[in-house]
Ligand binder design. Sequence first.
Ligand SMILES: [Zn+2]
Ligand SMILES: [Zn+2]
Length: 302
Amino acid sequence: MKLTILGCYAATPRTITNPTSQVLEIRNRMFLIDCGEGTQVQLRKNKLKFSKINHIFISHLHGDHFYGLVGLISTFMLLNRQTDLHVYGPKGIKEIILLQLRYANSFTGYNLYFHELASTEGEIIYEDEKVVVKTIPLKHRIYTNGFLFQEKVGDRKLNVDAVNQHKIETCYFQKIKNGKDIILDDGTIITNDELTFDPIQPKSYAFCSDTIYDESLVDKIKNVDILYHETTFLETEVDKAEKTMHSTATQAATIAKKANVTQLIVGHYSTRYENINLFKEEAQTIFQNVILADDGKTFEFD
Ligand SMILES: [Zn+2]
Ligand SMILES: [Zn+2]
Protein backbone atom coordinates (compact mmCIF):
# COMPACT_ATOMS: atom_id res chain seq x y z
CA MET A 1 0.00 0.00 0.00
CA LYS A 2 1.41 3.34 -1.05
CA LEU A 3 0.03 6.82 -0.39
CA THR A 4 1.15 9.93 -2.28
CA ILE A 5 0.09 13.29 -0.91
CA LEU A 6 -0.54 15.65 -3.84
CA GLY A 7 -1.91 18.39 -1.62
CA CYS A 8 -2.71 18.70 2.08
CA TYR A 9 -3.42 22.33 2.81
CA ALA A 10 -6.76 24.01 3.50
CA ALA A 11 -8.48 26.74 1.50
CA THR A 12 -6.62 28.48 -1.35
CA PRO A 13 -3.82 27.06 -3.51
CA ARG A 14 -0.49 28.93 -3.22
CA THR A 15 2.80 28.63 -5.09
CA ILE A 16 4.17 26.46 -2.31
CA THR A 17 1.08 24.56 -1.15
CA ASN A 18 -1.78 22.67 -2.75
CA PRO A 19 -5.34 21.90 -1.65
CA THR A 20 -6.42 18.36 -0.81
CA SER A 21 -5.68 15.45 -3.12
CA GLN A 22 -4.05 12.06 -2.58
CA VAL A 23 -3.32 8.95 -4.59
CA LEU A 24 -3.71 5.60 -2.86
CA GLU A 25 -2.09 2.64 -4.61
CA ILE A 26 -3.47 -0.54 -3.14
CA ARG A 27 -3.22 -4.09 -4.55
CA ASN A 28 -2.36 -2.67 -8.00
CA ARG A 29 -5.29 -0.29 -8.06
CA MET A 30 -4.78 3.47 -8.15
CA PHE A 31 -7.45 5.50 -6.38
CA LEU A 32 -7.61 9.30 -6.40
CA ILE A 33 -9.00 10.79 -3.19
CA ASP A 34 -10.24 14.36 -3.52
CA CYS A 35 -9.18 16.55 -6.40
CA GLY A 36 -8.40 20.12 -5.34
CA GLU A 37 -7.30 22.72 -7.86
CA GLY A 38 -3.95 21.81 -9.42
CA THR A 39 -4.30 18.08 -8.89
CA GLN A 40 -3.34 17.21 -12.46
CA VAL A 41 -0.19 19.34 -12.23
CA GLN A 42 0.69 17.55 -9.00
CA LEU A 43 0.07 14.17 -10.69
CA ARG A 44 2.59 15.14 -13.36
CA LYS A 45 5.12 16.47 -10.84
CA ASN A 46 4.92 13.22 -8.89
CA LYS A 47 5.16 11.16 -12.11
CA LEU A 48 1.94 9.27 -11.48
CA LYS A 49 0.28 7.68 -14.48
CA PHE A 50 -3.03 9.44 -15.22
CA SER A 51 -4.30 6.48 -17.17
CA LYS A 52 -4.19 4.19 -14.14
CA ILE A 53 -6.81 6.26 -12.30
CA ASN A 54 -10.22 4.71 -12.88
CA HIS A 55 -11.92 5.65 -9.60
CA ILE A 56 -12.07 9.09 -8.00
CA PHE A 57 -13.52 9.63 -4.50
CA ILE A 58 -14.66 13.14 -3.55
CA SER A 59 -15.32 13.84 0.14
CA HIS A 60 -17.39 17.00 -0.19
CA LEU A 61 -18.15 19.93 -2.43
CA HIS A 62 -15.97 22.62 -0.87
CA GLY A 63 -13.69 23.99 -3.59
CA ASP A 64 -10.44 22.92 -1.95
CA HIS A 65 -11.51 19.29 -2.41
CA PHE A 66 -12.87 19.15 -5.95
CA TYR A 67 -12.13 22.24 -8.08
CA GLY A 68 -9.54 20.22 -9.98
CA LEU A 69 -12.03 17.57 -11.07
CA VAL A 70 -13.46 19.15 -14.22
CA GLY A 71 -9.91 20.00 -15.36
CA LEU A 72 -8.78 16.42 -14.89
CA ILE A 73 -11.86 15.09 -16.71
CA SER A 74 -11.09 17.46 -19.62
CA THR A 75 -7.45 16.40 -19.71
CA PHE A 76 -8.48 12.74 -19.85
CA MET A 77 -10.54 13.76 -22.89
CA LEU A 78 -7.56 15.45 -24.56
CA LEU A 79 -5.39 12.42 -23.80
CA ASN A 80 -7.94 10.38 -25.74
CA ARG A 81 -8.82 8.21 -22.80
CA GLN A 82 -11.01 5.21 -23.62
CA THR A 83 -11.34 3.50 -20.24
CA ASP A 84 -14.41 4.07 -18.04
CA LEU A 85 -14.01 6.62 -15.26
CA HIS A 86 -16.01 6.40 -12.01
CA VAL A 87 -16.56 9.39 -9.74
CA TYR A 88 -17.95 8.90 -6.22
CA GLY A 89 -19.11 12.04 -4.46
CA PRO A 90 -21.99 13.96 -2.88
CA LYS A 91 -25.29 14.37 -4.66
CA GLY A 92 -24.97 17.34 -7.02
CA ILE A 93 -21.51 16.50 -8.32
CA LYS A 94 -22.90 15.10 -11.58
CA GLU A 95 -24.92 18.26 -12.27
CA ILE A 96 -21.92 20.52 -11.52
CA ILE A 97 -19.54 18.67 -13.82
CA LEU A 98 -21.99 18.04 -16.66
CA LEU A 99 -23.08 21.69 -16.66
CA GLN A 100 -19.49 22.79 -17.28
CA LEU A 101 -19.00 20.22 -20.04
CA ARG A 102 -22.31 21.15 -21.66
CA TYR A 103 -21.52 24.87 -21.80
CA ALA A 104 -18.12 24.04 -23.28
CA ASN A 105 -19.87 21.85 -25.85
CA SER A 106 -17.53 19.07 -24.72
CA PHE A 107 -18.10 15.34 -24.70
CA THR A 108 -15.93 12.69 -23.14
CA GLY A 109 -14.84 9.91 -25.49
CA TYR A 110 -14.90 7.56 -22.51
CA ASN A 111 -17.79 6.53 -20.27
CA LEU A 112 -18.05 8.79 -17.24
CA TYR A 113 -20.06 7.30 -14.37
CA PHE A 114 -21.18 9.27 -11.34
CA HIS A 115 -21.99 7.44 -8.11
CA GLU A 116 -23.78 10.09 -6.07
CA LEU A 117 -23.79 9.72 -2.31
CA ALA A 118 -26.50 10.95 0.04
CA SER A 119 -26.58 8.42 2.88
CA THR A 120 -25.66 9.45 6.41
CA GLU A 121 -24.79 5.83 7.25
CA GLY A 122 -21.53 4.19 6.19
CA GLU A 123 -22.02 2.12 3.04
CA ILE A 124 -19.95 0.02 0.65
CA ILE A 125 -19.47 2.02 -2.54
CA TYR A 126 -16.79 -0.03 -4.30
CA GLU A 127 -15.82 -3.67 -4.13
CA ASP A 128 -13.75 -6.05 -6.22
CA GLU A 129 -11.94 -9.31 -5.44
CA LYS A 130 -9.11 -7.57 -3.58
CA VAL A 131 -10.35 -4.27 -2.16
CA VAL A 132 -13.48 -2.83 -0.58
CA VAL A 133 -14.24 0.89 -0.07
CA LYS A 134 -16.78 2.19 2.44
CA THR A 135 -17.94 5.70 3.23
CA ILE A 136 -17.27 7.22 6.64
CA PRO A 137 -19.93 9.90 7.24
CA LEU A 138 -18.26 13.00 8.72
CA LYS A 139 -19.63 16.11 10.45
CA HIS A 140 -18.74 19.26 8.53
CA ARG A 141 -20.51 22.41 7.29
CA ILE A 142 -21.90 20.53 4.29
CA TYR A 143 -22.55 16.85 3.52
CA THR A 144 -19.17 15.09 3.77
CA ASN A 145 -17.81 11.55 3.68
CA GLY A 146 -14.45 10.11 4.55
CA PHE A 147 -13.47 6.84 2.89
CA LEU A 148 -12.26 3.55 4.35
CA PHE A 149 -10.12 1.44 2.00
CA GLN A 150 -9.71 -2.18 3.10
CA GLU A 151 -7.69 -4.93 1.48
CA LYS A 152 -9.34 -8.32 1.54
CA VAL A 153 -7.52 -11.34 2.94
CA GLY A 154 -5.61 -12.81 0.02
CA ASP A 155 -4.80 -16.43 -0.89
CA ARG A 156 -2.37 -18.43 1.24
CA LYS A 157 1.19 -18.29 -0.09
CA LEU A 158 2.60 -21.39 -1.74
CA ASN A 159 5.63 -23.02 -0.08
CA VAL A 160 7.47 -23.79 -3.32
CA ASP A 161 10.06 -26.07 -1.67
CA ALA A 162 7.36 -28.18 -0.05
CA VAL A 163 5.24 -28.62 -3.20
CA ASN A 164 8.36 -29.55 -5.17
CA GLN A 165 9.45 -32.03 -2.54
CA HIS A 166 6.07 -33.80 -2.74
CA LYS A 167 6.08 -33.49 -6.57
CA ILE A 168 2.64 -31.90 -6.60
CA GLU A 169 1.45 -30.90 -10.05
CA THR A 170 0.78 -27.22 -10.84
CA CYS A 171 -2.92 -27.86 -11.49
CA TYR A 172 -3.37 -28.29 -7.71
CA PHE A 173 -1.67 -25.01 -6.79
CA GLN A 174 -4.81 -22.87 -6.70
CA LYS A 175 -6.59 -25.42 -4.48
CA ILE A 176 -3.62 -25.38 -2.13
CA LYS A 177 -3.59 -21.58 -2.07
CA ASN A 178 -7.29 -21.74 -1.17
CA GLY A 179 -6.39 -23.80 1.91
CA LYS A 180 -7.10 -27.38 0.74
CA ASP A 181 -5.08 -30.44 1.86
CA ILE A 182 -3.64 -32.76 -0.81
CA ILE A 183 -3.96 -36.57 -1.02
CA LEU A 184 -1.05 -38.21 -2.84
CA ASP A 185 -1.47 -41.26 -5.11
CA ASP A 186 -0.34 -43.57 -2.29
CA GLY A 187 -3.07 -42.14 -0.03
CA THR A 188 -0.79 -39.96 2.10
CA ILE A 189 -2.46 -36.75 3.22
CA ILE A 190 -0.31 -33.62 3.08
CA THR A 191 -1.95 -30.98 5.24
CA ASN A 192 -2.23 -27.44 3.93
CA ASP A 193 -0.05 -25.89 6.63
CA GLU A 194 2.87 -27.97 5.28
CA LEU A 195 2.38 -26.57 1.80
CA THR A 196 1.62 -22.90 2.45
CA PHE A 197 2.50 -19.83 4.47
CA ASP A 198 0.01 -17.38 5.94
CA PRO A 199 -1.32 -14.76 3.47
CA ILE A 200 -0.12 -11.16 3.63
CA GLN A 201 -1.95 -9.31 6.41
CA PRO A 202 -4.58 -7.08 4.80
CA LYS A 203 -4.11 -3.36 5.38
CA SER A 204 -6.66 -0.61 5.85
CA TYR A 205 -6.55 3.14 5.26
CA ALA A 206 -9.10 5.66 6.53
CA PHE A 207 -9.27 9.14 5.01
CA CYS A 208 -11.11 11.63 7.25
CA SER A 209 -11.24 15.21 6.00
CA ASP A 210 -13.00 17.61 6.64
CA THR A 211 -14.60 17.06 10.02
CA ILE A 212 -15.29 18.52 13.42
CA TYR A 213 -14.05 16.51 16.42
CA ASP A 214 -16.55 13.66 16.47
CA GLU A 215 -16.26 10.70 18.83
CA SER A 216 -18.79 8.69 16.84
CA LEU A 217 -15.96 8.33 14.32
CA VAL A 218 -14.05 6.04 16.69
CA ASP A 219 -16.17 2.93 16.09
CA LYS A 220 -16.14 3.43 12.31
CA ILE A 221 -12.35 3.41 12.10
CA LYS A 222 -11.51 1.08 14.99
CA ASN A 223 -8.09 -0.63 14.60
CA VAL A 224 -7.35 0.67 11.09
CA ASP A 225 -3.68 0.58 10.15
CA ILE A 226 -3.40 4.11 8.85
CA LEU A 227 -5.67 7.03 9.63
CA TYR A 228 -5.44 10.35 7.80
CA HIS A 229 -7.28 12.83 9.99
CA GLU A 230 -7.47 16.50 9.21
CA THR A 231 -5.75 18.98 11.55
CA THR A 232 -6.70 22.36 10.18
CA PHE A 233 -5.80 24.11 13.43
CA LEU A 234 -3.67 23.87 16.52
CA GLU A 235 -5.36 23.73 19.92
CA THR A 236 -4.75 27.48 20.39
CA GLU A 237 -7.39 28.00 17.68
CA VAL A 238 -9.85 25.41 19.00
CA ASP A 239 -12.67 28.00 18.87
CA LYS A 240 -12.06 28.52 15.15
CA ALA A 241 -12.01 24.76 14.65
CA GLU A 242 -15.42 24.41 16.26
CA LYS A 243 -16.88 27.37 14.39
CA THR A 244 -15.70 26.19 10.96
CA MET A 245 -16.29 22.51 11.80
CA HIS A 246 -12.68 21.44 11.54
CA SER A 247 -10.32 19.68 13.96
CA THR A 248 -7.16 20.49 15.90
CA ALA A 249 -4.04 18.33 16.11
CA THR A 250 -5.00 17.43 19.68
CA GLN A 251 -8.44 16.30 18.58
CA ALA A 252 -7.13 14.21 15.67
CA ALA A 253 -4.65 12.50 17.99
CA THR A 254 -7.42 11.82 20.52
CA ILE A 255 -9.49 10.10 17.82
CA ALA A 256 -6.42 8.08 16.71
CA LYS A 257 -5.77 6.95 20.28
CA LYS A 258 -9.39 6.04 21.02
CA ALA A 259 -9.69 4.15 17.73
CA ASN A 260 -6.46 2.27 18.43
CA VAL A 261 -5.03 2.93 14.98
CA THR A 262 -1.42 2.06 14.17
CA GLN A 263 -0.40 5.29 12.47
CA LEU A 264 -1.87 8.76 12.25
CA ILE A 265 -1.18 11.04 9.30
CA VAL A 266 -2.09 14.68 9.86
CA GLY A 267 -2.83 17.28 7.18
CA HIS A 268 -5.29 19.87 5.80
CA TYR A 269 -3.29 22.56 7.55
CA SER A 270 -4.56 26.10 7.67
CA THR A 271 -2.14 28.28 5.74
CA ARG A 272 -1.91 30.65 8.74
CA TYR A 273 0.80 28.39 10.24
CA GLU A 274 4.34 28.76 8.92
CA ASN A 275 5.76 25.75 10.75
CA ILE A 276 3.75 22.55 10.22
CA ASN A 277 6.01 20.64 12.63
CA LEU A 278 3.91 22.17 15.39
CA PHE A 279 1.03 19.88 14.30
CA LYS A 280 3.17 16.80 14.85
CA GLU A 281 4.50 18.03 18.18
CA GLU A 282 1.02 18.80 19.44
CA ALA A 283 -0.46 15.49 18.25
CA GLN A 284 2.41 13.51 19.79
CA THR A 285 1.55 14.74 23.27
CA ILE A 286 -1.43 12.35 22.94
CA PHE A 287 -0.55 9.75 20.29
CA GLN A 288 3.03 8.81 19.49
CA ASN A 289 2.97 7.41 15.96
CA VAL A 290 2.30 10.59 13.95
CA ILE A 291 3.33 11.27 10.35
CA LEU A 292 3.26 14.78 8.97
CA ALA A 293 1.70 14.90 5.51
CA ASP A 294 3.20 17.33 3.03
CA ASP A 295 2.74 17.92 -0.69
CA GLY A 296 4.77 15.49 -2.79
CA LYS A 297 5.47 13.08 0.07
CA THR A 298 4.99 9.34 -0.45
CA PHE A 299 4.46 6.81 2.29
CA GLU A 300 4.73 3.04 1.82
CA PHE A 301 3.08 0.63 4.22
CA ASP A 302 4.00 -3.07 4.20
ZN1 LIG B 1 -11.14 21.52 3.15
ZN1 LIG C 1 -14.57 21.65 3.81
